[in-house]
Write a new protein. Structure first.
Length: 133
């Protein structure tokens, strides 16, 4: 679930952006949807992805459950994200990142088949591996 969400939320692709963001939002709590919507609009990242024709690929290196309570699960992921451009073949960015997700346990349903929703997501770049612009 954590990897699937992180891919939909941060593995940008200019051609599938609307679908990916919608699917990521479907995996979030209502509160986190509101915060994320504001952040995406203010940051302008979606416009940048579309205009530059960007696409990303993530290779996960590690997944770990940090903490679990009856209501929440805290998961950390470490991976490498490589961003390239359909419009500029010379453009390439690659970075090692760590994502931390707080997952809220919910009753399983058609809308919440895994019984989990993302309550919080934070990401930090651990190391820039490559950059060509």
């Amino acid at each position: 679930f954590s990897k699937s969400f992180t891919r939909r939320y941060t593995e940008y692709n200019a051609y599938t952006l609307s679908r990916d963001v919608t699917e990521a939002f479907n995996q979030m709590t209502g509160h986190f949807q509101k915060l994320t919507n504001r952040d995406l609009v203010e940051s302008g990242i979606l416009t940048r992805v579309r205009e530059a024709g960007l696409h990303a690929a993530i290779e996960f290196k590690e997944e770990k459950i940090e903490r679990e309570t009856p209501e929440f699960i805290r998961v950390s992921l470490i991976g490498v994200r490589t961003i390239q451009s359909y419009k500029n073949p010379d453009y390439k960015e690659s970075a090692l990142f760590k994502a931390e997700l707080t997952l809220k346990k919910c009753p399983r349903s058609m809308a919440v088949p895994f019984g989990l929703l993302v309550e919080d997501y934070h990401e930090m770049i651990l190391n820039k591996l490559e950059e060509r612009k």
